[in-house]
Design a protein around this ligand. Structure first.
Ligand code: HEM
Length: 149
């Protein structure tokens, strides 16, 4: 899928990566001060909004990626690598969705269920990096989406 001849998936994937990692950073910043006078509730609320934004951005980039990969020949050997990338991308979607659900269901999740939330968030960082690395392998290792391939 292209916009004025430029592939769209690489244009969209920076947003989930940036929103998610910033959400993680602000959540940790809030936890740092959660039990002190300096507690910053607006930082925590901003982190929640970042996870909402990263969920929407992951969904959008996944849809664009699915359209891109549908243009590849059905017997292309690189399909196995794309499938690993898709599995990681969909896992990220589920993890991000669970983080948003937990914060929506229990607004005090960072105090009442802190370790489940932080554990899920850490898993999200690993899966995010894996998704991006597998995507990079597709382009720079297997030359997928590069003109003439
Ligand atoms: C689950 C659905 C997804 C599919 C079907 C998919 C498919 C693809 C395909 C076919 C490519 C090769 C280049 C291209 O056609 O643009 C690619 C590259 C890439 N993807 Fe995905 N993708 C998905 C989700 C994601 C998500 C959620 C992320 C990041 C959070 C991501 C990160 C990347 C990266 C970093 C590249 C390398 C781009 C570059 O350096 O030019 N993908 N993906």
């Amino acid at each position: 899928m292209t916009l004025f001849g430029h592939p769209l998936h690489p244009m969209t994937i920076h947003f989930p990566i940036a929103f998610f990692l910033l959400g993680v950073g602000l959540t940790l910043l809030y936890l740092w001060t959660a039990h002190t006078e300096r507690r910053q509730t607006e930082v925590e609320r901003f982190a929640y909004w970042l996870f909402l934004l990263s969920l929407a951005a992951t969904l959008l980039s996944s849809i664009v990626g699915l359209i891109d990969q549908s243009q590849l020949a059905i017997d292309d050997p690189r399909r196995a690598n794309i499938n690993s990338h898709i599995t990681a991308g969909l896992s990220l979607l589920v993890i991000n969705g669970l983080l948003v659900y937990m914060r929506f269901r229990w607004p005090d999740v960072l105090l009442s269920r802190r370790w489940s939330y932080v554990g899920l968030m850490s898993l999200g960082v690993i899966v995010l990096l894996l998704t991006a690395w597998l995507g990079g392998e597709l382009v720079y290792g297997l030359r997928l989406g590069v003109r003439g391939n």
